[in-house]
Write a protein that binds this ligand. Structure first.
Ligand code: PGA
Length: 262
């Protein structure tokens, strides 16, 4: 079954647009330009947003663009990609707090328009179903911003034999817990599970922007863009999406041929 699915997807592969930038600053600026242009042409756009260190520069630059009056986010609707589980929204390590601090508040996005998975929901399955419904009711995602794990995960869709299409509860891999422990006092404090959009939820977005910075992401980027479509590298499935842009800095793009954009 898995092989049939991959064959089907491989038949539809469309080259991913790759943009290699000089450094993290130019990467953040270009990414912010793409998001701002999307919102300028559709002020009521639905954005899918990611957390982690990679998009911090993007959110900083977008906030600056808001302050300069270049773009307004007052009418956008946003959906966050994932959230730890269990975690309360008050917890400073929650992705809810991250988004509040780094983007929703400085960009003027009201709570009613900023959607995220409830990491302290009693019924995770129900929360996931409800999230899919909310995305559908909003008309689907126009632009999904993604980071990538060193193991090729997108959202918290970890490498494995199977991937789940819809938003679901997932156990985090040891690699992901180790990578994320830098945000916590100790690795044991990282929640062992998370709620995440599924690969299908992500693939339904009309446009996808994947960002990566640093040499530690280079192998994952090479596999995503040039490798076979495989559940062992969840991001490789993006090759089957018709409109993906992968923006990387020179280090993350070091295994890809190509010149840096200015
Ligand atoms: P990072 O995380 O931006 O903090 O490297 C990305 C991810 O794990 O998806």
């Amino acid at each position: 079954m898995k092989n049939l699915l991959l064959e089907f997807l491989c038949g539809r592969v469309i080259p991913i647009k790759i943009v290699i930038l000089r450094d993290y600053e130019s990467l953040s600026r270009q990414a912010a330009m793409l998001v701002a242009k999307t919102v300028r042409s559709n002020p009521a756009a639905v954005l899918g947003l990611a957390t982690g260190s990679t998009p911090l520069g993007l959110y900083r630059d977008l906030t600056e663009m808001v302050q300069q009056g270049f773009v307004k986010f007052g009418r956008v609707t946003t959906f966050n990609l994932d959230e730890y589980y269990p975690i309360t929204r008050e917890n400073p390590q929650s992705y809810y707090q991250f988004m509040q601090r780094h983007f929703w508040e400085p960009a003027g996005i009201s709570a009613a328009r900023a959607h995220s998975l409830k990491g302290d929901s009693d019924d995770a399955a129900e929360e996931c179903l409800h999230y899919e419904q909310r995305i559908r009711q909003a008309g689907g995602i126009d632009l999904q911003v993604l980071g990538i794990g060193i193991n090729g995960h997108i959202g918290f869709n970890e490498p494995g034999e199977r991937l789940q299409a819809e938003t679901h509860l997932v156990s985090l891999s040891g690699e992901t817990i180790a990578a994320n422990s830098r945000f916590f006092e100790k690795a044991a404090d990282v929640p062992g599970m998370a709620l995440t959009m599924g690969v299908g939820t992500i693939m339904k977005a009309r446009r996808i922007l994947l960002l990566a910075s640093g040499g530690h992401k280079a192998a994952a980027i090479r596999e995503t863009v040039r490798g076979p479509l495989t559940t062992a590298v969840p991001a490789s499935l993006l090759q089957a999406h018709p409109r993906v842009t992968v923006m990387v800095d020179r280090e993350a793009g070091r295994y890809l041929a190509g010149r840096c954009a200015p």
